[in-house]
Each structure stands twice: as structure tokens, then as C-alpha cells.
Design a protein around this ligand. Structure first.
Ligand SMILES: C[S@@+](CC[C@H](N)C(=O)[O-])C[C@H]1O[C@@H](n2cnc3c(N)ncnc32)[C@H](O)[C@@H]1O
Length: 196
């Protein structure tokens, strides 16, 4: 695929602070643009697992990342994040250095369904990182200003999204160091896996 990386994805990748060998899990990652950008930064045992509940989204993600999937760098799974069970196939407990999601609203619209305890249990102990991003828009590399319609699953424009998501993460005892960062038209909420 030769599409330019959209600004909200270009903004989030450096926020992950990747050294290159991380095991990464992306939640709601269709159509696989972020996974492609992240996977290009990985070496050695670095790996990206992308889950999405949409069959179409999973197909598009696998197609976009065909070469990376073939090389064993990316795995694409149809999976509802709310049903992930630590210890199940593909989801060993304490095995991911980074878990991220971009514009997946369940963390603030339906926090009780966000499965935060299970997601925290997937993070390396201590210090595995959870990064949640909301928002679109900004200036793309080719100069176009892009936006996204509000009100759908990617509606990150509400000013209180950061605080609402932070409250959800702060309520999980296995997470610590919850922070909200404003990134122009986006917001990032991050947390770390606490020591056992
Ligand atoms: C608005 S799109 C954002 C796509 C991409 N992450 C981005 O930021 O451009 C939300 C994506 O999350 C997926 N999604 C929403 N809820 C989910 C859930 N509970 N489990 C897995 N995927 C989910 C949707 O299928 C969709 O692909």
C-alpha cells in the first residue's frame, strides 16, 4: 500500500518510544496502518499482534501487511478486546512490552466493558506500557489538513475524553503512572504495569 500515513497515526508512533525489539499488541487496529508503521521500526524478536472485531477490518489489515505477516513480524487476529483472556493462545500473560489503541472508544464510552484488568495482565511486569490515543486531523506530510466525522467509534474530539479514560485506567490496581498528554488535535492516555 502506498497511502500516506494519516497524521493521527504518524503522531502516535513516536509516542510509543520503541527501541525496536518490543512485543506490541494493537487493539482495534484495522485497517493496519499503525501496525505497518510500527512493524517497520522493529528488529530481532520485535513483533506486532493486531486485533480487531471487524471481519472486514481484519481482512484489510492482513492484506495491507501481507509481507510483514509472511515474515512473521505481524499477526492479525479477529478478536473482541473485551473478550481477551490472559493466558489464552496469542495472549500470554505479562508478555507484551506495549499495548496500544487508537480511537477505540470503549475505554470512555463503556469502561466496564473495556476489559482493563485483562489488558493490564498482558503487560510485562513491571513497566509494560499501555497507550490509548484519541483524535484525528492535523497536517499530513503532503500538506492536506484532514479530519474525521465526530460521533462514530473514533470520536475523540470531546474535551473530557482524556480525563474519562484516565479515570478508567487509574481504577485498575495493576496499572500505575497514569498520564494524559495533549498532542494538538489528539490526546494520549498512558499508564504502566505496576510491580507485582
Ligand atoms: C474508529 S476505528 C479506528 C481505527 C484505527 N485504530 C485508527 O485510529 O485509525 C475503531 C476500530 O476499533 C475496532 N473496535 C472497536 N471496538 C472494538 C472491540 N471491542 N474489540 C476489537 N476491536 C474493536 C473497530 O472495528 C475499528 O476497526
Amino acid at each position: 500500500m502506498s497511502d500516506p500515513t494519516p497524521p493521527h497515526i504518524a503522531r502516535l508512533v513516536p509516542r510509543l518510544g520503541l527501541a525496536g525489539t518490543e512485543r506490541v499488541l494493537e487493539l482495534g487496529g484495522a485497517p493496519g496502518v499503525a501496525a505497518a508503521a510500527i512493524a517497520r521500526l522493529l528488529t530481532g524478536g520485535g513483533h506486532v499482534t493486531v486485533v480487531d472485531r471487524s471481519a472486514t477490518g481484519v481482512r484489510r489489515t492482513a492484506e495491507r501487511n501481507r509481507d510483514l505477516v509472511g515474515a512473521g513480524r505481524v499477526t492479525v487476529l479477529r478478536q473482541d478486546l473485551a473478550a481477551i483472556e490472559p493466558g489464552a493462545a496469542h495472549f500470554p500473560a505479562a508478555s507484551f512490552d506495549v499495548v496500544l489503541a487508537s480511537n477505540v472508544n470503549v475505554f470512555w464510552t463503556h469502561p466496564a466493558r473495556a476489559n482493563v484488568a485483562a489488558l493490564a495482565a498482558l503487560l510485562r511486569v513491571p513497566g509494560g506500557r499501555l497507550h490509548l490515543f484519541y483524535g484525528y486531523g492535523g497536517r499530513a506530510a503532503h500538506g492536506a489538513v484532514t479530519s474525521h466525522p465526530a460521533g462514530d467509534d473514533g470520536d475523540g474530539a470531546r474535551s473530557d475524553v482524556g480525563e474519562r479514560v484516565a479515570a478508567t485506567l487509574a481504577a485498575e490496581p495493576a496499572l500505575t503512572a497514569v498520564e494524559v498528554h495533549r498532542l494538538g488535535p489528539s490526546v494520549e492516555i498512558r499508564a504502566r504495569r505496576a510491580a507485582a
